[in-house]
Structure formats: C-alpha cells, structure tokens
Design a protein. Structure first.
Length: 219
C-alpha cells in the first residue's frame, strides 16, 4: 500500500514557532493552539493528499482579548490552504515547485497594533475563478461578474455563502468560512486583506488595534 501523504513538520519546530518553550500548565490559551494546528495540518494533509510544512511564529504573543479571534482565523485559513491552496505533489512537481508546500503563520507587533500574516505557496487565487464560483452560487449575476475588477472579485472571498468548492466536506464547500473570519476581525476594530499571485502564493493579512478591542456592530 502506498504511504500516506506526508505532513512535513518536525516536532521540535513547535518550540521555535511559538518563540519560547513552556510547560502546558504555564501556557496561555493561544499558545495551546500550536499543537492543535500541527495536529490539524497532519489530518488535512492526509485527507486531502497534500504535502506541506506548517511554520508558526509569534502565537505566544497574542493578547488575551484577541485569542479567540486569532484561533478561529488561523484554523479557517489553514483549512483553506490545505483544500484550495497547496497543490497535490504531482501538480507542484509538474510546475517546477517543491513537492512539499509551505504554510506560514506570523503574529507580530506593528507600529499601530498587531498583525497576523498567513501565507501559503500554493496555487494562488484567480479572480475569474472567484467570479465564476459566485455566479454558480447565485451570489452575483453574470452581468455583475463581467463588470467586476480584480479588487471587487477578491472581496468575494469574504461574502457570506461563498465557496469555490462544489462538494461539501468537513473542511470546505459549506459557504461558511472567511466571511465569519472577516466579521470577527471587524468586530475588534481590525482590518483584513488578501494578496495573491496565481501559481505562486496567497497571503492574508489581519491588522488589529493596539488598544483593548471594542465590540462593534457589523452590518
């Protein structure tokens, strides 16, 4: 029997990724997320026949008021990367890419607060693919799609009910995902954006304010 697709992450990387070692009893809630993410990545790689290395940095520095939101965001974006982003090993090989992909999560302080950057080196996102998926799901009309520029097409990712996956599974196709992430970020007074290059990468950037988060209504 052929070996299961490998999830390439050394166990020792957990310490380097969080920035400092610590016992389970002394870990803050978000620090405990690292083992969960490594375990989730292993499951996703096996179930979706992917190979990728997950690198986590700075999660130990997430302020407690932001812990739940960061957890939800990273879990959803990891699902997206494994299902939609990282290509199958044979596809990566055919495109002169390393068979093992890369998924990186970086949380850090910024001059105005905090930043979370999530990036994979997978297939990227084509605006036309997004528009076609939105039309199939009757979120927009064909006329609307034809008039959309790249920026508007990318914003579809955050539309409730949007998914490029037609088949429903535990990890994709339900139309519930990045819209919930965006709403959570906005409720904390933050911003979220996405940049991509087809065949190269997809990068999500979340910016959160330095002050204590204040819940705000989201239309």
């Amino acid at each position: 029997m052929a070996p299961a697709p490998a999830y390439a992450a050394a166990a020792a990387s957990a310490t380097a990724a969080t920035g400092r070692p610590g016992s389970a009893g002394s870990m803050r809630p978000v620090e405990e997320l690292s083992p969960t993410l490594y375990s989730m990545a292993e499951r996703l790689a096996e179930e979706h026949a992917k190979r990728f290395r997950l690198t986590l940095r700075g999660l130990a520095e997430v302020p407690a008021p932001y812990a739940a939101t960061i957890k939800d965001c990273v879990i959803q974006m990891l699902r997206n990367a494994a299902v939609h982003g990282i290509e199958a090993p044979e596809v990566r090989r055919a495109n002169a890419k390393k068979e093992t992909g890369s998924v990186q999560v970086d949380f850090r302080k910024s001059p105005d607060g905090y930043e979370l950057v999530f990036e994979d080196d997978g297939a990227g996102i084509a605006p036309e693919t997004l528009k076609a998926a939105a039309v199939r799901r009757q979120l927009i009309s064909e006329d609307d799609a034809a008039l959309m520029d790249t920026r508007a097409a990318m914003a579809l990712i955050f539309r409730p009910g949007f998914s490029t996956q037609d088949e429903i599974s535990m990890d994709a196709g339900r139309g519930v995902g990045m819209d919930v992430v965006a709403r959570s970020v906005y409720a904390l007074g933050g911003k979220i954006g996405v940049s991509t290059h087809p065949g190269k990468f997809t990068r999500f950037k979340i910016v959160l304010p330095a002050s204590d988060p204040v819940s705000t209504a989201v239309a």
